[in-house]
Design a protein around this ligand. Structure first.
Ligand code: ZN
Ligand code: ZN
Length: 473
């Protein structure tokens, strides 16, 4: 008997022995288990990723492609029988990368596999050619004195560490967002970093960088190209010269949009649980793992609930957020879709029971964290009884957020929960041309949907109050 089957047996015997106090709890647990088992047998999530990525390809924020995907989503969600399906527009300036290249010139001249950072600025038409100053670590750049990089291109080669919970990316993403600013502050005219990726394929990873005064054109090179620069430095045959070119630009102010749909609660429809993913993607791949997968997982989970003979007591709302990926010229800010959503609920925050997002790929769920005060609660015990048999462990650390698009709502006081996904491989393809549906295991998506559907039912068909249980600060 393997570990998982042992857990299944243990969970089964636990549910036979320990009947919950209230009949309605027992019924809620039974329904959650049915939802879980139905999803494990085939959730339909993969076909949603397939539809979005096949029909619309890349969906950069604020583009016609993102809009077309959102409009398709409205039709799809209506056809699937969801309630209150609508678009929520908000202003956004789209960014396009145009033409770009990074090459070594002079001695050892050769092209590099590189990509511009999202929101980055253009070079002059002839490009920027300068000597590279190579730093093995981000701290090395931060320790460089003011003016020490005047007229140079700063290059940072620090690796991103592979980790199940994504903490390697968590600590290295500052190199992408703040790198061009820190380089500019020391006089640099350009910035190049080793992609925030954990693989050794020749795919460079894009991603948002800070927009505004005091930055320089910025590019990520693929991990093997970073290793190539390391070898060239080791040759010790004089300075490395780079030429950077980009025609990137922000478009005239336009719009993006969130897609919103619900299953209305049968008893307390004004009490809302919000879930979702983001519909926009970077322009290179088709945004399958980031984040058509998150949309598919949460939508398929809600569809399973919509198909039950009776709705849960509370309303569950799925949001396909727009414009998660991009930063914006000041005074606008990033996470524009999430901010627009938070603004729209600001007058009714007390009705919002909980929020969470699926935005970490399509890997299996291994952990649950709930708002503080839930350890050993009846709700936590019920949730783990349903989730343990599919390999989900209890994480006693309270959820601090539920994904990037939940941030502005959490800041208003909406409690967050998190189903942690195995991200061991996520940063192999994240923000690259290799982010395509071929990287997704449909069975892992089914397990995700199982966890989401079961947990959502337990929250929505109960009166659990995550605020009341939280310890007073
Ligand atoms: Zn994402
Ligand atoms: Zn992303």
């Amino acid at each position: 008997m393997n570990r998982l089957s042992r857990l299944v047996v243990l969970a089964a015997s636990a549910s036979m022995l320990a009947a919950p106090a209230l009949a309605q709890d027992a019924q809620a647990i039974r329904t959650a288990e049915q939802l879980r088992d139905r999803a494990m047998a085939g959730s339909g999530a993969y076909s949603i990723v397939e539809a979005i990525t096949t029909r619309f390809g890349p969906r950069p924020a604020g583009t016609a492609s993102e809009r077309a995907a959102a409009e398709w989503g409205v039709g799809y969600l209506r056809a699937e029988g969801f309630d209150n399906v609508r678009l929520q527009d908000f202003p956004l300036s789209a960014w396009s990368r145009g033409q770009e290249s990074v090459e070594i010139v002079g001695r050892h001249a050769q092209p590099l596999a590189a990509v511009g950072l999202g929101g980055g600025e253009a070079t002059p038409p002839e490009g920027i050619e300068a000597e590279a100053v190579v730093f093995e670590t981000w701290q090395g750049l931060l320790d460089a004195p003011a003016s020490s990089l005047t007229g140079k291109i700063a290059v940072v080669l620090q690796d991103t560490i592979r980790a199940q919970d994504g903490r390697g990316y968590g600590s290295s993403s500052v190199m992408r967002f703040q790198g061009p600013t820190e380089a500019a502050a020391r006089g640099a005219v350009g910035y190049v970093l080793r992609s925030l990726g954990t693989h050794d394929h020749r795919f460079p990873h894009t991603g948002a960088t800070r927009v505004g005064e005091g930055t320089v054109p910025a590019f990520a090179i693929s991990p093997p190209d970073a290793d190539q620069i390391r070898r060239l430095v080791a040759l010790n045959e004089g300075p490395i010269r780079l030429r950077l070119k980009s025609t990137a630009a922000f478009q005239a102010p336009g719009r993006s949009q969130n897609v919103i749909a619900e299953v209305r609660g049968r008893e307390r429809p004004d009490e809302i649980i919000t879930i979702g993913g983001h519909l926009d993607s970077w322009d290179q791949g088709t945004g399958a793992i980031d984040d058509a997968a998150g949309i598919a997982i949460t939508t398929a989970a809600l569809k399973l609930i919509a198909d039950l003979p009776q709705a849960p007591r509370r309303t569950i709302r799925v949001v396909w957020w727009g414009a998660e990926e991009v930063s914006q010229p000041a005074p606008a800010q990033g996470l524009a879709g999430a901010r627009a959503y938070a603004d729209s609920i600001a007058n009714e925050v007390a009705n919002h029971v909980a929020i969470s997002e699926s935005d970490f790929g399509a890997g299996r769920i291994y952990g649950l964290s709930l708002p503080s005060g839930q350890a050993d609660s009846d709700f936590q015990k019920a949730a783990m009884r349903v989730l343990t048999p599919i390999g989900v462990l209890w994480n006693p650390a309270p959820a601090r957020g539920g994904g990037p698009d939940t941030g502005p709502s959490v800041a208003l006081g909406v409690p967050a929960f998190q189903l942690a996904q195995d991200g061991t491989d996520y940063f192999d393809v994240h923000h690259t041309a290799d982010d395509v549906i071929d990287r997704i295991d449909p069975k892992a998506m089914d397990q995700n949907v199982a966890a989401w559907a079961a947990l959502l039912w337990l929250i929505a068909d109960s009166d659990v109050d995550f605020r009341a249980a939280a310890p007073t600060p």
